[in-house]
Design a protein around this ligand. Sequence first.
Ligand code: HMG
Ligand code: MG
Length: 304
Amino acid sequence: MPDIVRIVEVGPRDGLQNERVAVSAVVKVDFIKRLAAAGIKTIEAGSFVSPKRIPQMADTAQVLAALPRGGGIRYPVLVPNLQGMEAALGAGVDEIAIFASASETFSRKNINCSIAESVERFRPVVEVARANAVAVRGYVSCVLGCPYEGHVETEAVVSVSKKLAELGCYEISLGDTIGIGTPRQARDVVRAVSREIGVNALAVHFHDTRGQALANILACIEEGVCVVDSAAAGLGGCPYAPGASGNVSTEDLVFMLDGIGVRTGVDLELAIEAGLFIAAELGRPTGSKVSQAVVASRGFKPAM
Ligand code: HMG
Ligand code: MG
């Protein structure tokens, strides 16, 4: 079990990409600043993908332009191809994430190419990133199941993870895109990928569709994983992963890690406020149970 876990906040990207109501760039910037004030050091700020596919992310350059740089905070963005990379460089990014899948069908639906083609498409992206001193993170989706194919072989997860690591990703985030895995399966996949690329190069990314995310995260950090993705207010989902709900909420993750003595550097109260802010902007209740409990207790007056 690590003493410290680094949280990668994906709410402004994974969260807002899946909302029917597109929030303005001003609101996104306010949300991101609140997350930064809560002590989160890595905040995914958006993506440079086709605006026809994901219109909610079309203003990512505007969002980045309004964010103060420095202060040890990184704002990675998703990049699917060279076109996205050029746009990301134009916006002055210092980190990108490329995203592949362990499922052929999900790869085709999400980025319109096979897994092998996606790796070849990412190769020049990583070269350009490297030439511009831009760090590259990698995602592997559908590591515990696919919305189209169902079962996904661990071997497929290991194979694509190795390829992304060989391309030059400093970290690979293993995504349970549809929130279908349970702890033993999550642990086994982490072990299998760790054997090839080392546990220190791994992060985990759990959607909470079936309420298994925290249990899965605990199983993975017990294997030595020390980077965990989460989203304030439990936002999240992928338009190409039908039936998937939000990511594990940052607030619930911080509460659990605080409780078991794993440091995150994140202030729970401020994370709750950031989550409540974006939930209010979206006009819906927060998905964080901890936040719901805190709000309920605020309104609770003990009997005299
Ligand atoms: P394509 O459909 O194969 O088409 O796109 P294309 O490359 O021929 O381009 C079609 C049009 O898109 C053209 O415009 C391009 O200019 C434009 P048109 O000529 O029709 O006007 N285009 C772009 N525009 C802006 N930025 C770009 C770009 N590229 C092309 N970078 C592509 C392939 C990958 C671009 C497309 O399929 C796409 O954008 N997919 C994005 C899917 C996505 O963002 N999914 C959500 C993120 S992944 C996720 O959520 C999972 C994760 O959270 C982990 C987990 O949970 O497992 C990371
Ligand atoms: Mg996701």
